[in-house]
Design a protein around this ligand. Sequence first.
Ligand code: MG
Length: 417
Amino acid sequence: MNELVIKEVKVILTAPGGIDLVVVKVETNDPDLYGLGCATFTQRVYAVKTAIEKYLKPFLIGKDPSRIEDIWHSANVSGYWRNGPIMNNALSGIDMALWDIKGKVANLPVYELLGGKCREGIPLYRHADGADEVEVEENVLALVDEGYQYVRCQMGMYGGSGTTDTRLINKVYERSNKVVSKRSPKGALPGIYFDPEAYAKSVVGLFEHLRLKVGPNVEFIHDIHERVSPIEAVRLAKNLEPYHLFYLEDPVAPENLDWLKMFREQTTTPIAVGELFSNINEWKTIITNKQIDFIRCHVSTVGGITPAKKIAILGELHGVRTAWHGPGDISPIGAAANLHLDISSPNFGIQEWTLMNEALHEVFPGSPTVEEGFAYLSNRPGLGVDLDEEKAKKYPAQGGIPEWTLARTPDGTVARP
Ligand code: MG
């Protein structure tokens, strides 16, 4: 057969789980050989689609799909300005598809190409949200019953009330208003309002309650979601020490990373950051200076498996573990990419997991499944997940801006979501 070359690059937008996903299909001159990758930047799906169709596709046609590193770097610099979330997600779709093709050519799952299994199954954590301590406790115990040993616990989601679930908003506001009685000024603009101070005061009580009711053996995770001032986050991390969190996530925004030094000086609560990073160079200083404990990277937003494995290895050299971001706005192909990295990394820490509905399994045959709190990977070649393009059309993307990103504090100021 002729030398293998890339013949076509397609972008498929679909939303089987109610969240817009971006999938890239790289086809080769072998009609039976193609790769699939996740390029999901759900808040900007059309920008990513255009970037791939208008810029990366013409750049890739005719190239050898086996040359993943060369393609990643040449595509990355081809726009001169680089490392932004739109182009990185576009590049991730290509990168994961090329790893998928490489696995299929080798007749091996991608984790074998990354060094092979370090463990048989991948421990997962799920989310337990609730409007008050008792509801969170009930949801934690339900997950423990399903076999999960790690649970992320949030009262009213992020920042106490940052949710589009009006039942939760009203219940949490009712509760937090008893604490601080904050009102908004007349004419306050519409948005998802939250109160950073009321939230910070509520978190310690939540974990005091959970340890008392759930005991010492379930690992708790909490996400501050960059929603309080840096010094308030330091105070919270110190006050949470008695409750022994597995980690505290995003205590500060990427804009305030220099505060991480103070966390190290003040507290032993383990820190996870980085789901908002898009430039892989953002990881260098905080890993080499041991200022974090867990890498919370959104793999497609740094450009796919190729850069992510380098971040994981840098972490391994410095005693920092992985905890790849695993929300609903990631396709089953992206979720599988996380798992291939997880199972082949000696410094794997934990994997966030969002349950996939029936429609996702229908559109993406071979999607990973879980059993009693663990994910298991098959030995299918490549990433192991396929796409039914006809069924994907049944779930068109919606576009638009998610309401939860329109966050404001009680006086009406725009806040990080
Ligand atoms: Mg997070």
